[in-house]
Design a protein around this ligand. Sequence first.
Ligand code: URA
Length: 235
Amino acid sequence: MDLRRTPEEGSSPVEELKRAIKFLELMGFKEVRLPEGVVERAFDPIEELEKVKEEAQKCCKCRLCKTRHNVVFGEGDPQTNLMFVGEAPGEQEDLQGRPFVGRAGQLLSKFLNLYGVTRDQIYITNVLKCRPPNNRDPAPDEIEACYPFLEKQIELISPKVILCLGAFAARTILNLPERTPISRIRGKEHKTTIGGVEVTVIPTFHPAYLLRNRRGEPEFQKDLELALRLAGFLK
Ligand code: URA
């Protein structure tokens, strides 16, 4: 890597700053101290997130770009402590370009509202940003192609807690084997680092599963409560 090259087109001020620091370290400087506020001024996570969203809107890294109506990037408070990650957009989400707006999403909002929390106080997204035809399972190569968007979202939003909605989200985020059952991992606090951010990941049932199995609701509610408490929404 040539650290003396001119800034790359599209590279963020923070990436350039990191590169400059690395260069100084290679030059033999033991410690590089920056004046207070320099990093903050160089870096606006909300602006960066908008750039990533624009990139996702144009993405054609997998076959799903041929069948989607809209890219469903994610929405909510980009400065929240709590992020929800689902599997992939369904029919309504694909048509409206917004995550969790169908029946499963309505159920999710209902549960959140029980605690006096609204969707705009958290950030909601999915592992895949485009709908798989007929809501089939995401394919491994689609997850691989789309993962960098999720990783970037986590890096920029820097949530304390991620509630994974369903096995796909949990397995992807925690890098677990393909067949890991959600019942084995749900409700537990899994500490991990994603995109350089230390987060507590809590897997739980997907709200679409709850629409078919109302018996899972008490456990879901317990997991949601844990996530809300750890993220500071509840005492
Ligand atoms: N199911 C998901 O996993 N995500 C959505 O956005 C909607 C349904």
